[in-house]
Design a protein around this ligand. Structure first.
Ligand code: ADP
Length: 387
């Protein structure tokens, strides 16, 4: 049996998983992450029912990845890593399906960095480091935009002059690996919902929602960059572009505006306390009017997008919550589903509180599904290894 490694490199973290591959579904044997890349990185590894945390001190992405490889040696034993799967945030208009990476493709992916400056350069750095560390393994890119590439034109475009669409100013959509996993799980676990009209709410630190039908993405709240749609931990979500023009006229630089929209807005900017939903919901210190309003705004935007995405999908058969907030924050789910009976959405209080998988009581099924982006990547690697 050989092993598959999956890597998901963000600006300050690298998440990784190890799977064994042979017949059938890849089997996860270890999972972990490097957190705090920079001055105080730590390596977390879960394997064999044990969790170990190792402080690394100062470490960049390369050093972090080297530490991961060191920690995985005893996990892997004499098993060879046959394939490494990478989460790549942006595949542009060119790449949708998982692909075998080589230098030429990496150069094309580098050209997309201006479209996802917070993620793409880190994804590419991790790929280069993995190519060096595992020269004999296949390297596979799995794109967060890929699942959305079949959007109908009306959900793929903005109302700008046509030349910009042709240049690539499009609604790419993100969190595609999560939507792929969740919609696949729903169809498998709930045969009644095969081909059904789903609205999936991926509510995490990054948050978006997607209308899916028959495993096809129809529309997504994230568009050209990862800042549209819902407010997120530090990103503002939907914004009138007139506000950006106003900020420019106020003399803010491009960098200052970008920092504000991507790093200082959303739950953090509105609450003035934290980007973390749990903190805003649970800490006494967070019970300020500003914290409550930030949470209310988040909920109002999720509700509005349910309506919008249900319309894009020609109706709604199931609403699915996923992501750190969607899976755990019962208070948020309760508020989102409140007064939604007119759409056929209602939930059972006890099931909701206990984070049960099925919480709906109305004609629209309401589900809570744990997302597993790593599994989507591992399956893609296993399939290309098989091929
Ligand atoms: P990322 O986009 O970084 O993958 P996650 O999907 O891990 O983010 O989601 C992180 C968010 O989930 C944070 O806002 C965190 O507070 C929230 N969260 C996690 N557990 C809970 C919980 N029990 N209650 C409320 N919020 C939670």
């Amino acid at each position: 049996m050989s092993a598959i490694l999956t890597l998901n490199a963000g600006s300050s973290s690298i998440k990784y998983s190890v799977y064994l591959t042979g017949e059938g579904e890849p089997r996860e044997i270890a999972v972990g992450q490097i957190d705090g890349i920079g001055p105080e990185a730590v390596l977390i590894l879960r394997h064999d029912g044990k969790r170990t945390v190792t402080p690394l001190g100062e470490a960049d992405h390369r050093a972090g990845l080297r530490a991961v490889l060191g920690a995985l040696k005893p996990v892997l034993g004499d098993r060879k890593v046959a394939g490494v799967g990478h989460r790549v945030v942006h595949g542009g208009t060119q790449y949708a399906a998982p692909i075998l990476l080589d230098d030429g493709i990496l150069r094309n992916l580098e050209k997309l960095s201006p479209l996802a400056p917070l993620h793409q350069p880190h994804n590419i750095a991790a790929i280069r480091a993995a190519m060096e560390a595992f020269p004999l393994a296949i390297q596979v890119g799995c794109f967060d935009t890929g699942f959305h590439r079949g959007h109908p034109f009306v959900h793929d475009t903005y109302g700008l002059p046509r030349e910009y669409y042709l240049q690539g100013v499009r609604r790419y959509g993100f969190h595609g690996l999560s939507y792929d996993y969740v919609s696949g799980h729903v169809e498998q676990a709930f045969p009644d919902l095969k081909g059904a009209r789903l609205v999936i709410a991926h509510l995490g630190n990054g948050a978006s929602m997607c209308a899916v039908r028959g495993r096809q993405s129809i529309a997504c709240t994230l568009g050209f960059s990862a800042v549209d749609g819902l407010p997120m931990g530090t990103r503002c979500g939907q914004l009138d572009p007139g506000v950006v023009l106003y900020l420019m006229e106020q003399g803010l630089s491009r960098q200052e505006i970008s920092d504000m929209l991507f790093r200082k807005s959303g739950l953090l900017g509105m609450s003035g306390i934290s980007n973390d939903m749990r903190t805003l919901l649970e800490t006494d210190a967070a019970q300020t009017a500003e914290a409550a309003e930030a949470v209310e705004y988040f909920i109002a935007r999720v509700k509005a997008e349910i309506g919008s995405l249900a319309v894009a999908n020609g109706g709604i058969d199931a609403l699915v919550f996923t992501g750190g907030i969607g899976e755990n924050a019962w208070q948020i789910r309760r508020q989102v589903c409140r007064d939604m009976g007119f759409l056929g959405i209602s939930i059972d209080e006890d099931a909701n509180r206990s984070n049960a998988e099925i919480i709906g009581t109305g004609p629209v099924q309401v589900l809570v599904v744990r997302t597993d982006e790593e599994r989507v990547i591992a399956r893609a690697v296993a399939s290309l290894l098989g091929a």
